[in-house]
Write a protein that binds this ligand. Structure first.
Ligand code: NAD
Length: 476
């Protein structure tokens, strides 16, 4: 049975309760884990507060050194961790390897910053005094993570937090705790001191983290309704919040675009991780002259995405993570069809054999999806793509921005002027121009509108795990 990790110790829930983690491809039990609650969060928060007193005072270069060694050790375990992630989440082994690798790289990227970001010296008008701005860690930080990218989204929070000298209480999604435990165990084996990162498990631990008085900042990745709830509860404790929430990224393809490149990016952007990605091409707007050719290329690519158990070498797309999640996407697709949309590809479940054991779904492309359909107005968190013909860029931009969300966006064109308009006018935290929708460690990533606020990745994320303190030295 798996355990939580509090102050470096493997521990059960105080209540003794447990629950099962199941494989979305087979329904089989992968492991049994503790169902923690507020009592376990309290233990973890105290352990993190105790560790903070030493971790935050370590010389920054020493902290960087410890994190680099821990990350390097974790990276030697990628082949051990990837199958654990596939079994609990469903994604293909290739996707799991990429994700586990990204976890270690992210820790190392922020370790590099630990001794390179400084405060400031400020001249004051009275020459017998001078000012300093210290940049200090915040304290104990809560990290709450969803199930779609359990490792990268945990690293996005843990890495900048601990590099800046904070300590963490981390809560993975209830259905994907095992690979996260394996990553944190590997960091501890690699030298991360006990109590710097504590992992609590179970649905009830989320709310307990948000309301615990020792926890000073909450970083949540999750749905927009969860974000609103967490922000309201965090306000009661005046905690800082970073909210990475839902998205419905538009992609605009103009007549002059590189259609082969666009088709590849859209296919990866929509179908990677079985479409369960926050940054994903979720609404496609294609100019009339490119429409038929692009659709043909997209169908050709979708037809190669064989759904299957992520552990099988020939699977190109794993199952949906849960039955509920699949039902939700199927209902969104049905709503579009009921309103008159046409299925260009997929639209159902693969049938027979092992497909009956898991939450499999076909990659799906729809056209003529009417205005107001759920696929346009809601986040579609699965491999289904609505495509719409547009006359020109003006129409594309108008439709792209007609969404409550503002996470990612992309535009494909060879016109510098059109690209520039996309960059200026698309309402989103990220715009890719003629490029694959990949979030880079170097660039701040986060949403606008109902997609939340605050940044992960980049120097900006590190800064958000620090606070400034002004100091005046007098009598000189
Ligand atoms: P979710 O909001 O249901 O859960 C996310 C996490 O929050 C889980 O660990 C859950 O246990 C916890 N949680 C739920 N309610 C809580 C509460 N009241 N207090 C504290 N914690 C609580 O989301 P999900 O279904 O696991 O993930 C899918 C959603 O995440 C999608 O909307 C997706 O777009 C979003 N997401 C966003 C990003 C991003 O970076 N913007 C990345 C990935 C996923």
């Amino acid at each position: 049975m798996a355990t939580m990790i509090i102050e470096g110790e493997r521990t059960k829930a105080e209540s003794g309760k447990t629950y099962e983690v199941r494989n979305p491809a087979t329904g089989e039990v992968v492991d049994e884990v503790p169902a923690g609650d507020a009592a376990d969060v309290d233990r973890a928060a105290h352990a993190a507060a105790k560790a903070f007193t030493t971790w935050s005072r370590l010389p920054a270069n020493k902290r960087a050194d410890i994190l680099h060694k821990a990350a390097q050790h974790m990276l030697t375990k990628v082949e051990h961790i990837a199958p654990i992630l596939t079994k609990e989440q469903g994604k293909t082994l290739l996707e799991s390897r990429i994700e586990a690798q990204r976890f270690g790289e992210n820790i190392a990227w922020f370790a590099d910053l630990a001794d390179k970001i400084h405060g400031e010296h400020v001249r004051l008008p009275d020459l017998t005094t001078y000012g300093l701005v210290l940049r200090r860690p915040i304290g104990v930080c809560g990290a709450i993570v969803p199930w779609n990218f359990p490792l990268t989204l945990a690293a996005n929070k843990v890495a900048p937090a601990i590099a800046a000298g904070n300590t963490v209480v981390l809560k993975p999604a209830s259905t994907t705790p095992l690979s996260t435990l394996a990553c944190i165990e590997a960091l501890i084996e690699g030298g991360l001191p006990e109590g710097v990162v504590n992992v609590v498990l179970g649905q009830a631990t989320g709310e307990a983290i948000v309301s615990h008085p020792l926890i000073r900042k909450i970083a949540l990745t999750g749905s927009t309704p969860t974000g609103k709830n967490v922000m309201a509860r965090a306000a009661e404790g005046l905690k800082k919040v970073t909210l990475e929430l839902g998205g419905s990224d538009p992609c605009i393809v103009l007549d002059d675009a590189d259609l082969e490149g666009a088709a590849r990016a859209i296919s990866v952007g929509r179908f990677f991780n079985c479409g369960q990605a926050c940054l994903a091409v979720k609404r496609l707007y294609v100019q009339e002259g490119a429409y038929d050719a692009l659709l043909e290329k997209l169908v050709a690519r979708a037809s190669k995405l064989k759904p299957g158990n992520g552990m099988d070498k020939d699977s190109r797309m794993g199952p949906m993570h849960t039955e509920t999640q699949r039902a939700e996407v199927e209902a969104q697709v049905k709503d579009a069809i009921d309103r008159g949309a046409r299925v260009v590809f997929g639209g159902g479940r693969p049938q027979g054999g092992d497909y009956e054991r898991g939450w499999f779904i076909e990659p799906t492309i729809l056209e003529d999806v009417p205005d107001g359909a759920r696929m346009w107005t809601e986040e579609v968190f699965g491999p289904a793509l609505p495509v719409r013909k547009i006359k020109d860029l003006d129409e594309g931009l108008r439709l792209a921005n007609d969404s409550p969300f503002g996470l990612g966006s992309s535009i494909w064109t060879t016109s510098m002027a059109a690209a520039h308009r996309g960059v200026e006018e698309l309402e989103a935290g990220y715009t890719w121009v003629n490029a694959l929708q990949i979030a880079h460690d170097e660039l701040p990533f986060g949403g606008t509108k109902q997609s939340g606020f605050g940044k992960e990745h980049g120097v900006e994320a590190y800064l958000q795990y620090t606070e400034e303190k002004s100091v005046v030295y007098g009598g000189i």
